[in-house]
Design a protein around this ligand. Structure first.
Ligand code: 6MZ
Length: 348
């Protein structure tokens, strides 16, 4: 064991990251740089990350995002945050990353939703031109608490960028505090997004009270599901919901540390990964918010392996099978599969 207790096998494992919120992924060194840019805010480290062994309620996690948003409110900040996050994922062995973020307008700094997205795209292109070994795409996020009108506006923006970003903007994410708002109000916007060719990754059933909403949104159907913690009957969901997910073969993005630290799952061994994985359903290990939850993707793979007793072959297959769940076109999937072949160790 080395390197923050993570075995070198997991660091060297080529990985696909499909569920990463930009502002939740900001590392300690980047937070330090942001704090030094804005000392007047009096923000300390303890306010932006949840350390080893610590737990917070989901509500407290959402307070943490508000603090980070105070620190990230100019184009300059977003450019730094996005390039740092991309380079950190690359250093962790991530070969393909779909980053998601909620475009924000900040009147006092002149930041607009359009310039927000443009800046993330600039960061992606900058990393590419520097030769960072990672293929990065972007999903524009809808924060569910902002309601119908903002969701429609966001879809329009995402559509414009999908058409003008050379394939960098691929789809939409629906996220935000799951206890606020109802998916039925967002359905027309999501339907419109789907009709214009945007891929959809929706946070579903992150808390127990969302079964009716999940049932409704699964009929779209989405292209991927974030968390889906309470869909399975063993977690308080229903067979009907599982049947819909299976019928449409919708992959799940699963984030172990996030769910345990955010207290929607009591123990790692209770994580719903086991139910879906046992069924052979496409399940992708992700970080969610690597900065806020003090983790990285190598640690998440190691955690899944140690908790559910996965062999190295099984872990390799898990990271390889994630390629089929990406939103980029088949040509990219083929390139990634070749990369996995090239990087596969002779023996595990
Ligand atoms: C739901 C989450 C989330 O968009 O400013 N976000 N939404 N559930 C979660 N589980 C813990 N973690 C993050 O990144 C921060 C935003 O991502 C969403 C929230 O809307 C949060 O404000 P961006 O880059």
């Amino acid at each position: 064991m080395m390197d923050n207790e993570v075995d070198v096998f997991y660091r060297e494992l080529p990985k696909v990251e499909l569920h990463a919120h930009l502002n939740g992924s900001v590392s300690c060194p980047t937070i330090e740089k942001l704090i030094s840019r804005k000392p007047h805010l009096n923000i300390g480290h303890g306010m932006t990350a949840i350390g080893k062994g610590q737990r917070r309620t989901l509500d407290e996690c959402f307070q943490v995002f508000k603090v980070i948003h105070q620190l990230v409110d100019t184009e300059e900040d977003i450019l730094m945050v996005a390039t740092d996050v991309i380079k950190e994922f690359a250093a962790d062995g991530v070969k393909y990353l779909e980053l998601r973020s909620t475009p924000r307008e900040e009147k006092h700094t002149g930041l607009t939703k359009k310039s927000y997205i443009e800046t993330v795209i600039k960061a992606i292109k900058q990393c590419k031109s520097e030769g960072v070994d990672i293929d990065v795409r972007f999903l524009v996020a809808i924060d569910r608490r902002n309601g119908t009108e903002v969701a429609m506006e966001t879809v329009k923006l995402a559509e414009d960028f999908m058409l003008s970003s050379d394939g960098l903007v691929l789809g939409l994410d629906l996220s935000g505090d799951p206890t606020v708002g109802h998916g039925k109000d967002l359905l027309p916007a999501l339907q419109k997004a789907k009709n214009c060719g945007l891929k959809l990754s929706l946070h579903l059933s992150e808390v127990p009270s969302q079964l009716e909403e999940s049932d409704l949104l699964l009929d779209l159907p989405p292209d991927r599901i974030g968390h889906g913690t309470f869909l399975h009957p063993a977690m308080g969901g229903s067979q009907g919901l599982v049947d819909k997910v299976v019928k449409h073969n919708i992959p799940l993005e699963l984030c172990l540390t996030s769910n345990v630290k955010g207290q929607t799952v009591a123990r790692y061994s209770d994580h719903h990964f086991k139910h879906w994985y046992q069924m052979g359903h496409p399940s992708v290990i992700c970080t969610d918010d690597k900065g806020v939850f003090s983790t990285d993707l190598s640690q998440e793979y190691q955690l899944a392996a140690s908790t559910f007793d996965l062999s190295r072959e099984a872990v390799w297959k898990l990271s390889h099978d994630a390629i089929d769940c990406i939103f980029a076109p088949d040509t990219v999937k083929q390139q990634l599969k070749q990369k996995w072949i090239d990087l596969k160790p002779q023996v595990f």
